[in-house]
Design a protein around this ligand. Structure first.
Ligand code: SF4
Ligand code: SF4
Length: 343
């Protein structure tokens, strides 16, 4: 849509005015790290973050979410969307949201997710510091962001604010903006181009090459054994991932044994119980019993099955899984390179 500019000295009052009118969620400091959390004033906001511990999908899809209450005769949904501005989302996390939007809309749409998603305005912001394990620069041609409503780019003395949707345009009323000049826009483009060279890791293959080779590797037991040998099935690589969306449902019954509630929880396909099912006669079956098959499943999903559906790997290059894995075996760059080069 259009490009605007706001002076640095006016930006704090823009954020403070937003906070008065809506819930604002953005990057804030947590000890030496960063998280997406509720912003109570402009002072909280840390747009200079490198990466957050968890991705912003938790705003629409919380780790634990009560979705319904029931009694003997009725079931009532409990989701109540809150008008929210999600401020300061890096482009790779916008792309993660794009993927979950697609995956949770297709087929039987997940309105428990979509209700809060539609009540949210997303303002992306440029990456000012690159996380050490990030590789999004080599994913950006595969994964361009689309689901944001506006894009904020920090220049020396202020910010360029590009609107993408009417929701992004509506936020202009909260601040003192002027039209961006051609030199403001050129400066913002240079900021984006310069940061691309700062990712230390690269994944130099096309989406199609990755999908084909990963599928071909399915039966290569030696490969998956080598890659997964030190996995202790903690599920951290799933938990921190912006594109993982599996969940478990649990019903809690009240003492009357007729009423209760249904809650969903994030699930993780690397954990041992993920694929365990009950069978008649009190038996139990686990169709991915060994950590090799669970580790393989993660890369089949991200690199092949969802890749073929999305047109790009279900990976944004955020690098969170590499940082979260104590055994240091989850890094998609290292894993996919090993698969691509295995002879
Ligand atoms: S697989 Fe790892 S690098 Fe890729 S999106 Fe998930 S957490 Fe980020
Ligand atoms: S790959 Fe790493 S983070 Fe993922 S389950 Fe195994 S040990 Fe945990």
């Amino acid at each position: 849509m259009s490009s605007y500019y706001i002076e640095g000295r006016d930006f704090a009052s823009f954020v403070d005015t937003l906070v008065q009118d809506a819930r604002v969620v953005g990057p804030i400091a947590k000890r030496q790290k960063f998280v997406f959390g509720e912003v109570s004033s402009a002072q909280d906001l840390r747009l200079d973050y490198d990466v957050t511990l968890l991705p912003p999908k938790k705003v629409f899809f919380p780790p634990k979410q009560e979705i319904a209450r029931f009694d003997a005769t009725t079931v009532e949904g409990t989701i109540e969307p809150i008008d929210t501005v999600l401020l300061g989302v890096h482009h790779y996390d916008v792309r993660g949201i794009d993927m979950t939007d697609f995956l949770l809309r297709e087929g039987n749409a997940d309105w428990n997710y979509l209700a809060q998603r539609e009540a949210t305005t997303i303002v992306a912001s440029n990456v000012q510091r690159v996380a050490p394990r990030a590789f999004w620069a080599s994913m950006i041609d595969k994964v361009g962001p689309q689901g944001h409503d506006a894009y904020l780019t920090k220049l020396d003395d202020g910010y360029v604010y590009e609107t993408r949707t009417p929701k992004g345009e509506a936020l202009l009323a909260h601040g003192t903006f002027r039209d961006a000049t051609a030199s403001d826009i050129a400066a913002a483009q240079k900021v984006h181009a310069d940061v691309l060279g700062q990712c230390q890791q690269q994944l130099p293959y096309t989406s199609a090459e990755i999908a084909t080779k990963i599928r071909e590797s399915y039966s290569n037991e030696a490969l998956w054994d080598e890659l997964s040998r030190n996995c202790f099935s903690c599920g951290s690589c799933n938990t921190v991932c912006p594109t993982c969306y599996c969940f478990d449902m649990r019903d809690t019954w009240n003492l009357d044994q007729t009423s209760g509630s249904r809650t969903r929880y994030w699930d993780a396909c690397l954990t041992k119980e993920f694929a365990a099912i009950s069978m008649p006669g009190g038996l139990k079956e686990n169709f991915r019993e060994h950590h090799q098959s669970r580790f393989r499943h993660r890369f089949m999903r991200k690199g092949a099955y969802l890749n073929e559906k999305l047109g790009s790997p279900a990976c944004t290059g955020c690098g969170r899984c590499s940082m979260a894995c104590t055994a240091d075996i989850a890094d998609p760059v290292r894993v996919i390179k090993t698969i691509m080069e295995w002879s």
